[in-house]
Design a protein around this ligand. Structure first.
Ligand code: ATP
Length: 280
């Protein structure tokens, strides 16, 4: 059964359009990976679904209800939760106080005890201020906070960013337990192999448009990587079929450096404070 539908979504910032006619759906219990280079529009899509940005055009429906015009707190009550890029915790509140911030009133499997069972490291640091926790502990708190709302749809924006590979491995080992709770997940992940391994389906965004979609297990990696870079489709090669995916560029091209074909250099954007007091 389809839980979330996005149809023909256009969105952006002032007069800058970042998404063009994006459509996707998420079935109950399904995980869909959202893949794309920096500036492709992944965070914009997640924020538009969560209600932090108003869509310019298009429909967003949750369990058949049109939520595109609803404010973010109303969407949260209906079951949309986001783990935002950069975590956005209240640094002066304890880990537990941060987890208890969402007051959606939604019942479900994710009680505080269940969350501490999922993240023993958070249980051990529950009374510590969030701002004093390690990056991995903060990310665990951010995921726990989103789950505490007992969402129908969990939007996860680059939870691996800036974390040690062993910590990231730990999060991905926990993902099946989150998936088993029935929530559907839209997962933004820069590591293509990890994203495909953790998802049922994948979508590739390029310059705000969906340029490729399909079952994660059956997607042609060469074509996906070409779509990621915006390059013409490469012939399938046995070398790239079995080897690791190339590491996509995750930094804007520095001034003076040549721009690779198909690479779009995003315009400068305002940088939010690292740990604002008010989470989005
Ligand atoms: P990243 O991995 O770098 O976060 P992304 O795929 O999530 O990339 P977005 O952050 O959604 O991409 O950005 C999409 C486009 O919108 C980019 O061109 C970006 O520069 C622009 N953009 C993002 N936030 C703003 C903003 N607050 N104001 C203006 N433009 C913005």
């Amino acid at each position: 059964m389809t839980t979330l539908t996005v149809a023909g979504l256009d969105a952006g910032y002032r007069d800058f359009q970042a998404l063009f006619g994006v459509s996707l759906d998420l079935a109950e219990g399904e995980t869909v990976a959202l893949i794309g280079a920096n500036g492709a529009g992944k965070s914009t899509l997640l924020m538009t679904i969560a209600g932090a940005l108003r869509p310019w055009r298009g429909r967003i429906t949750l369990d058949g209800l049109d939520i595109a015009g609803l404010p973010d707190h109303h969407r949260a009550r209906l079951g949309i939760a986001i783990v935002p890029e950069g975590r956005r915790l209240f640094p002066s509140l304890t880990a537990e106080e941060n987890i208890l911030v969402p007051t959606t009133g939604r019942g479900g499997p994710w009680s505080l005890d269940a969350l501490y069972d999922l993240f023993p490291m958070v249980a051990a640091r529950r009374s510590h201020r969030a701002g004093l926790l390690s990056g991995g502990e903060q990310q665990a708190v951010a995921i726990a906070r989103a789950l505490a709302a007992n969402p129908r749809v969990l939007l996860m924006d680059e939870v691996s960013l800036g974390l040690a590979p062993a910590v990231v491995d730990g999060f991905y080992r926990l993902l099946p337990r989150i998936q088993q709770s029935g929530v559907c997940i839209l997962l933004v992940e820069q590591d293509i192999d990890r994203a495909l391994a953790a998802s049922d389906r994948a979508l590739c965004l390029l310059e705000g448009r969906v340029v490729m979609a399909g079952d994660s297990a059956g997607l042609d990696r060469d074509r996906l990587i070409s779509a990621y870079f915006g390059a013409p489709s490469a012939p399938r090669s046995s070398a790239t079929k079995t080897g690791p995916a190339p590491v996509p560029p995750d930094k804007p091209v520095p001034p003076g450096k040549p721009v690779p074909p198909g690479k779009r250099v995003p315009p400068a954007r305002p940088v939010p404070p690292a740990d604002p007091e008010v989470p989005r």
